[in-house]
Design a protein around this ligand. Structure first.
Ligand SMILES: Cc1cc2nc3c(=O)[nH]c(=O)nc-3n(C[C@H](O)[C@H](O)[C@H](O)COP(=O)(O)OP(=O)(O)OC[C@H]3O[C@@H](n4cnc5c(N)ncnc54)[C@H](O)[C@@H]3O)c2cc1C
Length: 478
């Protein structure tokens, strides 16, 4: 057995590679469990895919894309509490989602304080974007999903969700105006492209899981403040924990089938008892020496592929979101439009002066015309499509002047949750002793979300702890 590299004080030393939410979660759980943790992140800040982008150099920031959670995201909410940021995220008291139908109408999906699934029944029966027959069809499909065992859902990973929905009586309009609204947001693909197994799990764990499971939660501060600032401060205050930003890890040091530490881009090596790789699936194999990098366990995840998300952030010279009964509150789903969701960032961030004027539009898995142009001309075209779409749903924008805009296209926002995805996801434990995986793409059972990332980090920490405990027993006996 190789030597146990302790943190100088007898504690197991763990290097975590990747400072996204998965790596942060692993580091926090490991540090709380008593390990000496070094977290290495190649960028100058923590957060990975959750970060804020300056509108202009040195200017105010917008998030790379509006991030949303649900009350069922218990691991994420737990992490937020651990790092002292519980006030920075709030969850609705009761699910309430306005849907703008593109013709000036607002439909609402609103939960009532009734046992599940009755909590959604009244608002689904009144959901006017669908015909009465379609509403009843949605209810029947919901009941079918609730009755499915997890293993039955998992077996449907080789089919598209659209396939399953059609087989279960859903019309193309019901798919477009109801199912896809949630599926695009949750798995970042439309149901015609997404794995049925994963989509069914999303509904089973959220809307259908309990009367409060799908209450919507939003960060009340910018993502960099929520994730980078809070986590960095937490780690800095933890004795024996080291944060190395702007430090690219070049490779994992492996001897035989045991990980011994990592090598940084600078050439420095960091010996460790255990290494947690919390990097994107497509970067995994490159961090391993031959022959491991060709091993299907490590090479396979790159086949997951990625799916983009587009954020269009717009600042108007006056409020463009109506107040009162025709108002939408903080956000709305948008039907039959190139824009899928619109958020009133002024309200979300509690900035009255910006309320109704500072908007973020989200387009998951964007297709042409969104992706057609590059450079300033492409961005202008994107802003034009967004403002024209907004003019149809928020007529007040027509008389308003656009003061600023920022387009953020995250090309690798999530893994591509197509049929067959489950086979390319990996558990935390690897064939290399002392090497553990984390990341939203690992086998969490969740789509690529903040919740999935945080769960994976907690699971990685548990695996490390299990191995460390095992080794301690072995060494005491020896
Ligand atoms: C625009 C957008 C909108 C989204 N909306 C939502 C939403 O509404 N709700 C939701 O739950 N999720 C949403 N997501 C998804 C969510 O952000 C991600 O699933 C999650 O943040 C992924 O975390 P991760 O730690 O697994 O990976 P990442 O965030 O990708 O972290 C990996 C980290 O590893 C680092 N790294 C890679 N290689 C190295 C190396 N060699 N050395 C050192 N560091 C390295 C990277 O720099 C990165 O920081 C959205 C994502 C985007 C982009």
């Amino acid at each position: 057995m190789g030597p146990v590299v302790a943190g100088g004080d007898g504690r197991p030393r763990v290097v975590v590679v990747g400072g996204g939410l998965a790596g942060i979660s692993a580091a926090v759980h490991l540090a709380e469990g008593g390990a000496a943790v070094t977290l290495c992140e190649r960028r100058p800040f923590l957060g990975g895919r959750t970060w804020s982008v300056p509108l202009r150099p040195g200017g105010p920031e917008v998030d790379n894309g509006q991030h949303v959670i649900l009350r069922c995201c218990t691991a994420f909410l737990d992490l937020v509490r651990r790092i002292g940021a519980e006030r920075d995220v709030t969850v609705q008291d009761r699910l309430d989602i306005p849907f703008l139908d593109g013709r000036g109408g607002v439909a609402r999906l609103r939960a009532l304080p009734l046992p599940s699934p009755l909590h959604l029944l009244p608002s689904l029966l009144r959901f006017h974007p669908l015909s009465i027959g379609e509403r009843l069809g949605v209810l029947r499909a919901g009941a079918r999903i609730r009755a499915m065992a997890p293993a039955e859902r998992d077996r449907l990973d080789d089919r598209t969700f659209e396939d399953w929905l059609r087989q279960n009586g859903q019309s193309p309009r019901a798919i477009r105006r109801f199912w896809d609204v949630f599926i695009l947001a949750a798995v970042n693909l439309p149901s015609r492209e997404a794995s049925a197994g994963l989509c069914l799990t999303v509904f089973a764990e959220s809307l259908l899981a309990g009367p409060r499971a799908a209450d919507v939660g939003l960060p009340r501060v910018g993502l960099s403040r929520l994730v980078h600032d809070r986590s960095a401060a937490w780690l800095a205050a933890r004795p024996g924990t080291e944060l190395r930003l702007d430090r690219r890890v070049d490779g994992v040091l492996v001897e035989g089938d045991r990980a011994l530490g990592v090598r940084l881009g600078s050439g420095e090596t960091l010996p460790a008892d255990a290494v947690v790789l919390a990097v994107p699936a497509e970067d995994l194999a490159d961090l391993l020496p031959a022959p491991w990098r060709e091993d299907p366990f490590f090479a396979g995840p790159a086949t997951l592929g990625t799916s983009p998300i587009l954020g269009v952030h717009l600042g108007y010279d006056r409020p463009v979101i109506p107040e009162g009964p025709r108002g939408i509150g903080e956000f709305a789903a948008v039907l039959d439009s190139p824009i899928q969701w619109v958020f009133d960032r002024g309200r979300v961030l509690g900035r009255p002066a910006e309320a109704g004027r500072s908007l973020s539009c989200v387009v998951s898995a964007p297709r042409a015309p969104w992706l057609s142009g590059k450079g300033p001309a492409g961005k202008e075209a994107t802003v034009r499509v967004a403002t024209e779409a907004l003019a149809r749903i928020l007529p007040l924008t027509r008389g308003a002047r656009l003061l600023w805009s920022r387009v953020v296209l995250e090309k690798r926002a999530t893994f591509s949750a197509r049929p067959g995805t489950a086979a390319a996801r990996r558990p935390a434990e690897t064939p290399i002793a002392g090497l553990v995986l984390a990341g939203a793409w690992t086998r969490t059972g969740w789509p690529a979300t903040m919740e999935g990332a945080v769960r994976s980090g907690a699971e990685a920490a548990r695996r490390v702890a299990a191995v460390a405990a095992f080794r301690a027993v072995v060494e005491t006996r020896a």
